[in-house]
Write a protein that binds this ligand. Structure first.
Ligand code: PEP
Ligand code: MG
Length: 576
């Protein structure tokens, strides 16, 4: 059961394009399936007559203790992953929740948690519940929990003892990225720190923009936990997540109907932006092969798949329109379109689905809006034409930025070149919002960029008013948007647009500049080539050498030779 839970988490993270984060949780799966671990546990049960939960705890905790004493800090931090698994397995035996305080606070909204150490599954759970940040007593920035928290924009501050902070429980606390914890911060303290991320409600200021916050989801069940206050509706439902959960075949029309019906039932009269299935590239399905393609991101994905499998979209539209019947508000959105030709193609399949429902006399929703998700440079370029034929648009910055720069953001050695805040991207966004304003049609932003609260004023200044974000980020955005001043946002956006480089934008945003080289290794098995600094897969490179207890891995023979020469020189010098 835990295995299934983690698999679902991995799928979900992958479907949200959190690939490195998904890999972290995959390491938990690998640990859980490790036959050696099973052997040790079985041994204790069989030979020492331990109860299963005692055996699990003993084996995992002693492995954790061994790792914790490792000299390599990366390795030492992996002990927290084992403790995480131990707690979750133990909770499974006693059928209780692994992190009781979190479930008790289920609907509390924006709050800070103080706890001894950050475990990956706790961070994931906290993200789901809209936790704003953490105060911890142990652990370092290279722990998987800290890496996940950073990815999800949740600041973590370490204090010498939790006693310093637990007595302030229930008060307004600001956890600030520079390692500060402020209790009931005053105006002066807040303004000195520019954009405070996690302080609880700031009054709406005069001149604040009329912006709307929506939530992005991958599973209708997420709506069970939504606090709707300040939220307009579902700004993005990534429907392929359902398809990725089916391991044997695509979900049937009836299975899809059941899932979508739940979605509309939980959303009620609130609008739901339903994205048609975007499979392929970073969203694979186990039971399908995509044929020969050198670069899957440039290959078969989304509507390109419908050219071979039109029934995929037709079935989905049938299920969707049936599920949305009644007084539900459906906004149907097509992802990954390149130009108007593809829009016509998917619309022809929608028409086909509608015709089949009519022919069969089935009740369905016929009143819905249609929109495009702008994710490709060609869609941005032909946006004026595209928008003429639809009712709304959304900017999918995750893909748009990737395709604008031709950079895959999860590829460690180029990830620093993936720059959503670059003036080029801001210019494209501005171009899109201006066209939408001219046409008088709504334009959303639904990529991760919108969840970067330090960019919020710039995005508002560029003309965006509809923000679709994950649940945790949405609560923060509702608060932050109400504290913005529209005129100041416009001024800031103009300055950013006029910037020549990304570092100029960083200066305007008071951010540190990005490091030109990848600064951290997050995926399991990845290591840094000590000569050139490139991230390499340890078991994928033939260029490796052991020096004493340490293994070194290199990208090429050239780096290996350089290292060996250097080593000889050092050894030569030492022996003289
Ligand atoms: C995007 O590309 O910004 C987007 C919202 O889609 P995805 O699911 O690919 O992140
Ligand atoms: Mg996308």
């Amino acid at each position: 059961m835990l295995e299934q839970e983690i698999e679902e988490t991995v799928d979900q993270l992958e479907s949200e394009a959190y690939r490195a984060e998904a890999e972290i949780m995959s390491t938990h799966l690998a640990l859980l399936r490790d036959p050696e671990l099973h052997g040790q546990i079985y041994d204790l049960i069989q030979n020492n007559r331990h109860r299963a939960e005692t055996a699990v705890e003993q084996v995992l905790q002693s492995m954790a203790a061994m790792l914790a004493s490792a000299e390599d800090p990366l390795l030492a931090e992996r002990a927290a992953d084992l403790r995480d698994l131990a707690i979750r397995l133990e909770a499974g035996f006693s059928e209780r929740h692994a992190f009781l305080p979190l479930t008790a606070w289920d609907r509390a909204g924006c709050f800070i948690i103080a706890l001894p150490e950050l475990m990956p599954s706790l961070v994931l759970k906290a993200r789901e519940l809209g936790v704003a940040g953490f105060i911890v007593a142990y652990g370092t920035g290279v722990s998987h929990g800290a890496i996940l928290a950073k990815s999800f924009g949740m600041p973590v501050v370490r204090v010498a003892s939790l006693e310093y902070v637990t007595r302030f429980s229930g008060r307004n606390i600001l956890v600030w990225g520079e390692g500060e914890v402020l209790v009931e911060p005053n105006e002066i303290e807040l303004s000195a720190r520019k954009l405070p991320d996690n302080v609880i409600p700031i009054e709406r200021v005069a001149g604040a923009p009329e912006a709307r916050v929506w939530i992005s989801i991958v599973d209708p069940g997420q709506l069970e936990a939504v606090e709707w206050a300040g939220i307009e509706g579902v700004g993005l439902y990534r429907s392929e997540a359902l398809f990725m959960r089916y391991r044997e075949d695509f979900p049937s029309e009836q299975e899809q109907f059941t899932a979508y019906r739940r979605l509309f039932r939980l959303a009620g009269r609130r609008p739901v932006v339903f994205r048609t299935v975007d499979l392929g590239a970073d969203k694979p399905v186990e039971h399908m092969r995509f044929g020969p393609q050198v670069n899957p991101s440039l290959g078969l994905r989304a509507h390109r798949l419908f050219r071979f499998h039109p029934e995929l979209l037709i079935t989905q539209i049938r299920a969707l329109l049936r599920a949305a019947s009644g007084d539900h508000r459906l906004w149907l959105m097509f992802p990954m379109l390149e130009t108007i030709d593809q829009l016509h193609f998917v619309q022809s399949l929608v028409d086909e689905a509608i015709q089949s429902l009519v022919n069969e006399g089935i009740t369905f929703q016929s009143d819905f809006r249609q929109g495009v998700l702008v994710e490709t440079p060609s869609a941005a370029w032909s946006f004026r034409r595209l928008l003429k034929e639809v009712d709304f648009a959304s900017i999918g910055t995750n893909d748009l930025v990737q395709y604008l720069f031709a950079v895959e953001r999860n590829t460690a050695n180029v990830a620093d070149l993936y720059q959503p805040e670059h003036p080029v991207v801001l210019e494209v966004i501005h171009h899109l919002t201006q066209i939408a304003a001219d046409a008088g049609k709504p334009i959303f932003i639904c990529g991760e960029m919108a969840a970067d609260m330090s960019l919020l004023p710039v995005l508002v200044g560029l003309g965006l008013r509809d923000f679709s974000l994950s649940m945790g980020a949405a609560a923060i955005a509702v608060r932050d948007l109400s504290g913005l001043d529209e005129t100041a946002c416009r001024r800031l956006a103009q300055q950013c647009l006029a910037a020549d480089t990304v570092n100029n934008v960083h200066t305007l945003l008071n951010r540190p500049d990005k490091q030109p080289v990848p600064s951290q290794v997050v995926a399991e098995g990845d290591v840094l080539d000590p000569v050139c600094g490139m991230v390499v897969h340890a078991n994928d490179t033939p260029y490796a050498i052991d020096v004493g207890e340490l293994s070194h891995y290199f990208c090429s023979r050239s780096c290996l030779n350089y290292f060996m020469d250097h080593l000889k020189q050092v050894n030569g010098t030492t022996s003289e």
